[in-house]
Design a protein around this ligand. Structure first.
Ligand code: HEM
Length: 300
């Protein structure tokens, strides 16, 4: 019997090639809540795109280290389209109402996007390297090894500096101002800025979704707990706080390195009264020390 087009090899079928059995059995709901499947699917799709982005960004970094320009531009074009999807995809999750989220939310704790290792790998590869993250995240030995590798390997910014070196090592300011002479290098710097901006947009979109889903005060409370525990917060890395999203661009590097992060604001509600001052006023602190509480009890 003659074989139709596509069946000549006869070694593979669609499902086997794509590993669909494994892929489609990885959405394991923990509740009967209708929207939980959407929640899992959206997160898994993000992780798949993060994996793809790492693949493309790594290739772009290596091409820059080798001094290639056309290949880098091609890769960044793809990165740009994927990153646009990442921002738009939030709309899908936002079809879930806060009330629907509440039906299964308690099952998730303490899991959080903060623990996404691939997301952090993208940040590290892009130049926003934060070694302290390793101490704060709950990750497997393999994940920690990946993060350590990202910390020590060249970033996109290192790649761009190498690209400049391959092309006569011009001053960055000349590249930005003299486009007739340095047009191609200038375009790559724009690609890096696009990547930086796409991540900043994702952060803004994510935080507005979070506030819609769980409320601004709850989101702030989560961030405060992280700040007190020494962890990074969503706000601390958002553009509105003056910190660049990835530091992969010339502007990003200046921003991430040049602006010291302000220390976390004093947490007045959680601060203990200072000793020797008769205690802080109620408006400054609602938390009493054990000694204060004893004094109040004996005065009654
Ligand atoms: C209902 C939907 C969502 C809610 C309520 C939510 C909530 C939050 C909250 C409260 C934080 C900050 C607290 C913390 O650091 O643990 C956070 C961080 C984060 N979330 Fe989400 N999130 C949602 C969806 C998503 C999705 C779809 C992704 C995609 C992967 C994601 C990825 C992240 C990442 C990467 C962080 C860490 C950001 C950083 O540290 O800079 N989240 N999320």
């Amino acid at each position: 019997m003659s074989k139709s087009f596509g069946e000549e090899g006869g070694r593979l079928d669609y499902g086997t090639y794509l590993g669909l059995e494994t892929l489609l059995s990885a959405q394991r709901r923990r509740t009967e809540a209708h929207d939980e499947l959407l929640f899992i699917t959206v997160h898994q799709i993000y992780e798949l795109w993060f994996q793809q982005l790492l693949f493309e960004l790594e290739a772009a970094r290596d091409a820059m280290l080798a001094g290639e320009i056309p290949g880098v531009r091609h890769l960044f074009r793809r990165v740009r389209v994927i990153e646009r999807l990442l921002v738009e995809q939030i709309d899908v999750l936002q079809t879930m109402t806060p009330q629907d989220f509440l039906t299964f939310r308690s099952e998730l704790e303490p899991a959080s996007g903060f623990q996404s290792v691939q997301y952090r790998e993208i940040e590290f590869l892009s130049g926003l390297k934060d070694p302290s993250y390793l101490e704060r995240v709950h990750a497997t030995a393999d994940e920690k090894a990946r993060l350590e590798r990202r910390l020590s390997e060249p970033s996109l910014w290192d790649g761009y500096l190498a690209l400049l070196a391959h092309h006569g090592n011009p001053e960055l300011v000349d590249v930005l101002l003299d486009r007739d002479r340095y047009g191609a290098l200038f375009e790559v710097s724009e690609d890096l800025l696009d990547h930086d901006q796409a991540f900043a947009l994702w952060r803004v979109r994510h935080v507005t979704m979070v506030e819609r889903q769980i409320g601004a005060s709850r989101a702030r409370a989560d961030r405060r707990v992280r700040a007190i525990c020494g962890a990074r917060s969503t706000a601390a890395s958002s553009p509105s706080s003056g910190r660049c999203a990835t530091a992969s661009s010339p502007a990003g590097v200046r921003c991430a390195r040049g602006r010291p992060q302000p220390p976390p604001r004093p947490q007045s509600r959680l601060r203990l009264p200072r000793p020797g001052r008769g205690g802080a006023s109620r408006s400054r602190s609602r938390t009493r020390s054990p000694a204060q509480t004893d004094r109040r009890r004996s005065a009654r």
